[in-house]
Design a protein around this ligand. Sequence first.
Ligand SMILES: NC(=O)C1=CN([C@@H]2O[C@H](COP(=O)(O)OP(=O)(O)OC[C@H]3O[C@@H](n4cnc5c(N)ncnc54)[C@H](O)[C@@H]3O)[C@@H](O)[C@H]2O)C=CC1
Ligand SMILES: O=C(O)/C=C/C=C(\O)C(=O)O
Length: 480
Amino acid sequence: MKIKNYINGEFINPIQNNWIENYNPAIGEVYGQIPDSTKEDVEKAVEAAKKAFPKWSNTTLDKRSKILSKIAALILEKLDFLAAAESKDNGKPISLAAQIDIPRAAANFQFFANAITQFSSEAHESVGLNAMNFTLRQPIGVVGCISPWNLPLYLFTWKIAPAIAAGNCVVAKPSEVTPMTAYLLGEICTEAGLPKGVLNIVHGLGTSTGQAIVEHPNIKAISFTGGTATGAHIARVAAPMFKKLSLELGGKNPNIIFADCDYEKMLATTIRSSFANQGQICLCGSRIFVEEKIYDRFKQDFIEKVAALKVGNPSEKDTNIGALVSKEHLEKVKSYIDIAENEGGKILLGGSKVVVEGNEKGYYLQPTIIEVFDNQCKLNQEEIFGPVVTIMSFKTDEEALTLANDVKYGLSATVWTNNLNRTMQFSKQLQTGIVWVNTWLMRDLRTPFGGQKASGVGREGGFEALQFFTEAKNICIQYE
Ligand SMILES: NC(=O)C1=CN([C@@H]2O[C@H](COP(=O)(O)OP(=O)(O)OC[C@H]3O[C@@H](n4cnc5c(N)ncnc54)[C@H](O)[C@@H]3O)[C@@H](O)[C@H]2O)C=CC1
Ligand SMILES: O=C(O)/C=C/C=C(\O)C(=O)O
């Protein structure tokens, strides 16, 4: 199947008529083609967005909200179809796509349909000076949204929904590795009555299509989720052009387990936080630190439960772990397992590719647990982004905190404890944008979402996202 760019409400071929192959990771074969768009395609999308902006930015909040709600409803109506498409494109279990990815994409639109009706700005009276200030929050104009392959529609819509709710027009690029549901979203937006040019979706490679979006002088803000190296590159290009930037980057998140936790809940959640989506979520707790007192018990139980997970065809309902997203990514993840022993680690479970019957060319890997003894090893310092976790023991709170913070990333942390003082001390001292205590990936879309250190700049979610996608303008009026 050939997918097309969605520009000015129409599906069109790339101007140069060049195409990229699209793979189904479960079978390791090409199943379609996507546009290899160039600067000229991006230019066309920017022109459409610029043309749509005056009207869209003056469309009432009520009307914008209704269109966004309609998009949400249509996504839910087509849930099974979208989940199947996402699973085929990405390799994730269809059950995960149907329970998490697609409902969340709908929730992103519904959330910002509601949020925009509640978004307000401030007034400041300059008492004694006969002056009143009020602040406008105006849409920026044309903005760029660039998203990754791990949660394709989920993260694509997490950017687009607040951008258009706030009155901007968008030029968006999904990952070239997982373009399918972004393509299908174009159809849904048309059906929902989104005016032409408000959302333009350009497919292609990061280094050409993505780069053209970041470099375009009329794209005033960039919201990006992806790897830290790419984020740093985007910042280098965009910063001298004074673009607004929201960068949601990699993570190497600690999962800190104390002996006083609710053990069964911790164990079940730790399996999810380690291996959900084949470990390809920036929030996965890939460094597990366990208090010495329960280390042996945890090690044994964790290995036993993880060994029972089914690695298999993503379209089978009982599959827990599907295929990794691409051959290149599988090789990258495997290369970390291959250096484990040289890095002083011991592979406790997994470590090998899996051949799934009937899908022999698919990109499958066993869930892998590696015991490490030094937090400075590459396995604990670099983002692997696959079904690979390390475990290590600690003795004291101070040691656990030092281990957790001793990494360049700072996205999220999970702490398992029933001690209130410890909860508060860790919450204050962990150098991350998100701390989960006795839970993982529990999301309230109103909360600020993003990381510290090499995990990014800025926050998404709630009013933070609407603030990012608007310019604050203060008006000061003096009266007699
Ligand atoms: N959310 C996260 O934390 C994610 C982290 N990663 C990490 O990044 C590593 C590399 O994965 P990639 O697929 O290469 O991710 P990436 O960061 O290169 O890709 C993310 C998006 O950025 C685009 N992009 C790439 N280069 C660009 C450029 N110069 N200008 C504008 N857009 C550009 C891509 O086309 C894609 O849409 C992974 O192994 C993983 O460790 C990958 C995906 C998501
Ligand atoms: O917003 C969320 O709930 C999750 C976001 C996850 C990522 O940004 C990621 O894995 O890249």
